[in-house]
Write a protein that binds this ligand. Structure first.
Ligand code: SF4
Length: 343
């Protein structure tokens, strides 16, 4: 290598910051350096040493000078050990890691249905309510029509009735029951309509109800000291033909046939009338209250006093001593009212 090449190499190393490798203390350098040789530049010693490398003296190695700032490389890489720390023989202690235990995942059962409220017990089918039968329409004019001729008589009324077919009750009747008894009687009993026995005989109150009525009249009169028997009084009905199955006469039936009753009562001109049952009381008096409230009370048909009491058939169906006692009290009232002044 030529001196020029050495100088360039030295400059190269200096540029790299390795100038300290070639520095030595001035005293040491002067001692080693031959006196004859002129002091050279800082690069002369190393260059000379390179020509004749001295014996290695590790103990005399100069301490490392402060690092010189370099252009780009700050740390020497040739002289500093790259890895001075001994390699660890054992791996660093690692904190004990607990084994991973996966938490149980609560999965909703895809098949489990949601809890449902208990089903209500089955409801038993309810029978349809039985609606009460609406009341039958009542005619505005429910009282008996005043259709009496001037010269009317019981005979004329019967002739007018004839083979009457003025209402539907004619369809099932056998005989028209006009009435029976003393047409001059001051007391008239008015019932509802003929029954089976009356329909067969053509006479009012001849069946069981009639027999009871006879007993009630005669026994009461006897006990009260009134000398009358059944033939002394007059008995008739609101309708003169038997209703089928002994049903209650319809309002229109009573209105049509009632004109004959009205004529009978007008002709006879009794002192009092005794209505037997609620139907007769409604036909004559147009009463709204029931028989239990109306019985024992005095009313008026035109100017004629009217006593209301139970129908004998009602007393036969209800074997109540209280009802019979009430009927007996009603009869006493009407008998004393009619016959007390006469006797
Ligand atoms: S109930 Fe009176 S109106 Fe009717 S058919 Fe007999 S008699 Fe005539």
């Amino acid at each position: 290598m030529t001196p020029e090449e050495k100088r360039r190499q030295l400059e190269f190393y200096q540029d790299l910051g390795f100038t300290f490798l070639f520095r030595r203390p001035a005293a040491e350098a002067s001692a080693e350096a031959p006196a004859a040789e002129p002091p050279a530049a800082t690069v002369s010693a190393p260059l000379a040493a390179a020509a004749e490398p001295p014996a290695p003296q590790p103990a005399q190695v100069a301490p490392m000078a402060a690092p010189q700032p370099s252009k780009s490389v700050t740390a020497p890489f040739a002289t500093q050990p790259l890895a001075t720390a001994p390699l660890a023989t054992e791996p660093p202690a690692i904190a004990a890691i607990e084994p991973y235990v996966p938490e149980p995942v609560q999965q909703e059962s895809p098949t489990a249905p949601p809890a449902l409220a208990p089903a209500p017990p089955p409801v038993a089918p309810q029978p349809e309510p039985v609606l009460p039968r609406p009341p039958e329409p009542m005619p505005e004019l429910y009282t008996l029509p005043p259709l009496e001729p001037a010269d009317d008589s019981m005979l004329k009324i019967r002739e007018d009735i004839g083979d009457c077919r003025r209402c539907r009750l004619c369809e099932g009747r056998n005989k028209i029951v006009f009435g029976s008894g003393n047409e001059q009687s001051p007391l008239v009993f008015v019932g509802e309509g003929p029954g089976a026995d009356e329909d067969q005989q053509g006479l009012p109150f001849v069946g069981r109800a009639g027999q009871l009525l006879t007993q009630m009249i005669e026994n009461t009169a006897s006990k009260e000291g009134i000398a009358i028997t059944r033939p002394d009084i007059y008995i008739c009905n609101v309708v003169k033909c038997r209703p089928p199955e002994n049903r209650t006469p319809q309002p229109d039936e009573m209105e049509i046939c009632g004109q004959f009753l009205s004529r009978q009562l007008t002709v006879m001109k009794p002192r009092a009338i005794c209505c037997l049952g609620g139907t007769a009381a409604k036909a004559l008096l147009n009463l709204k209250e029931g028989i239990t409230k109306a019985r024992g009370q005095w009313y008026k048909w035109r100017d004629v006093p009217v006593m209301v009491t139970y129908h004998p058939s009602y007393l036969l169906r209800n074997q109540s001593k209280e009802l019979r006692r009430e009927a007996w009290e009603d009869l006493k009232k009407v008998l004393h009212f009619v016959y007390d002044e006469a006797q």
